[in-house]
Design a protein around this ligand. Structure first.
Ligand code: AMP
Ligand code: MG
Length: 489
């Protein structure tokens, strides 16, 4: 291995490239004119065993732009096929390349992917590129999600390419380096089931088991266990989204990772006022991926996953369908369990009472009725600062508050302990849309990164409840229910 590569800390071991050839196309990135690093994630780089100092440089910009391939990398575009807004399509990495799998000093294996790296055989009509704004946006929101304790892909770097791309207008181009525990998706299995042989499907399932679920990889009923584990991870993940008011925006099956990480930050956004019908995505005109629908769509996507596994679940098709249906039926129960337990924590509850769910749902109903801000209402409950808000001044809330106080009184833990639980369950800050837009505007149009850097710092410890965070909890001057986000930019 070259000295240069060693110095930068790359340690690739590319297992995906050993899957049957149908799952990928080997190719390099399309070079760009003049790459410049805009953001570099020093702490993530260090935790991956990379030499942050050596990579936070002009040389690093060449690597993260795809102009320079580090030794040991074997760039490839992954094939997948899945449901977009309910319609089945052949997809694949149309604007991304897997550089390879980095083995971290802790022995973990992570994908290093360039997003926006040029056309591939899966690009369909697209240009294979991405714009600065949306790549910075993915960086901000994925890192915020990580800090909130929600499983997610991470962002290692954003480079500007020095080339413009054409969207509604000309926009400066960029490439994001994404780090994921893998890019295996429900859609990878759909691709295998639709176009691969049974051997291809089995190879993919066995690979997935080895990579993510090694403790069950040798079990006789391993494919059923795989299905059950994926269901469990998604139930837990989506419950976490609901608890922080995160709306993914495009829960197509290619955007559901088998690892249970949140993936593909396109039209995602956080909800301000509580309303289950909240949608930000410009193209989601039917509200398919609205906040309140996310758990149902999760179940729908998992049913598509289960279908792909049928030939592995049982040789008799009818029995295979029965096994899959039984597994899928578990999803809503698991989701409900995770959701309820997370919401109890948000209200400072340690033990369980049958009436807890009604207590939670009644609060949400009041919040909806009074357009109360989701994040801030829980913060105000935590610090007892609700007084003066429109919600507080209602008699219904006073009644609810009495019930909550009485409920807190019926557990062993005292007031301080329940406040502590609420502090660690209710974030002081989320990436509010107006703050994200302000940071992007300064960066994209003025080349000023200071606003974004400050925002990233504030978001990096959302449970600090520090004085600097309070201004980031403020709501936009104007209600922004018409805020729109976009796909494929
Ligand atoms: P997404 O909505 O980001 O999940 O993308 C859906 C599919 O479209 C994936 O297969 C992407 O790789 C592909 N895609 C999105 N944008 C582009 C683009 N500009 N050029 C080529 N393919 C794209
Ligand atoms: Mg996608």
């Amino acid at each position: 291995m070259q000295q240069e590569t060693l110095k930068k800390g790359w340690h690739f071991d590319n297992s995906y490239a050993h899957l049957p050839q149908t799952f990928f196309t080997k190719q390099g990135a399309v070079p760009v004119q003049s790459p410049k690093l805009i953001l570099f994630n020093t702490s993530l780089a260090t935790s991956l065993g990379l030499n942050a100092e050596a990579l936070n440089s002009a040389d690093g910009a060449e690597v993260f732009a795809g102009n320079l391939t580090p030794e040991g990398a074997e760039p490839l575009a992954q094939a997948y096929a899945g449901h977009q807004f309910g319609n089945f399509n052949m997809l694949g990495d149309g604007r991304a390349l897997l550089l390879g799998e980095q083995i971290t000093p802790q022995g973990e294996r992570v994908d290093i992917q360039l997003k926006g790296s040029g056309r591939t055989p899966y690009s369909r009509g697209g240009d294979g590129r991405a714009a600065v704004g949306p790549m910075l946006r993915e960086y901000i929101i994925s890192e915020a999600m990580h800090a909130l304790g929600i499983p997610t892909t991470r962002s290692l770097a954003v480079v500007s390419t020095g080339e413009n791309i054409t969207r509604e207008t000309e926009r400066p181009g960029a490439i994001l380096t994404r780090v994921a525990s893998s890019h295996l998706r429900v859609a990878t299995f759909q691709y295998a089931a639709r176009w691969g042989s049974i051997d291809d499907l089995r190879a993919l399932a066995d690979y997935t088991l080895q990579r993510h679920f090694s403790d069950i990889a040798e079990a006789d009923n391993r494919y059923l266990l795989l299905l059950q584990e994926v269901i469990k991870r998604q139930a837990s993940l989506i419950a976490k989204w609901q608890q922080v008011g995160f709306i993914h925006g495009v829960m197509n099956t290619d955007n559901m990772a088998i690892s249970g990480e949140t993936i593909d930050y396109g039209p995602c956004a956080f909800m301000d006022a509580y309303n289950p019908a909240t949608v930000f995505s410009s193209i989601d005109t039917q509200g398919r991926y609205a906040y309140g629908n996310q758990p149902y769509i999760g179940g729908w996507n998992l049913a598509r996953f289960a279908e792909t596994l049928l030939p592995l679940l049982h040789e008799d098709e009818e029995q295979a369908v029965q096994i899959a249906q039984d597994a899928i039926a578990q999803f809503s129960e698991l989701y409900h369990h995770y959701w309820l337990s997370g919401m109890r924590s948000k209200l400072g509850l340690f033990n369980e009472e049958a009436e807890d769910e009604a207590l939670i749902r009644d609060l949400l109903e009041l919040m909806e009725e009074h357009s109360a801000d989701y994040t801030n209402t829980f913060l105000e409950l935590t610090f007892d600062t609700l007084k003066g808000t429109p919600l507080f001044d209602t008699s219904e809330f006073a009644e609810w508050n009495d019930r909550h106080q009485a409920r807190l009184g019926r557990q062993q833990e005292g007031k301080e302990e329940s406040q502590q639980l609420m502090r660690t369950s209710n974030p002081a800050v989320i990436p509010r849309n107006h703050r994200v837009e302000e940071a992007l505007e300064r960066a994209e149009n003025h080349g000023d990164l200071s606003v974004m850097e400050k925002l990233l710092a504030v978001l990096s410890n959302p449970f600090a409840h520090s004085p600097e965070q309070s201004e980031y909890a403020e709501l936009p001057a104007q209600c922004n229910t018409s805020y729109q986000t976009f796909c494929g930019t």
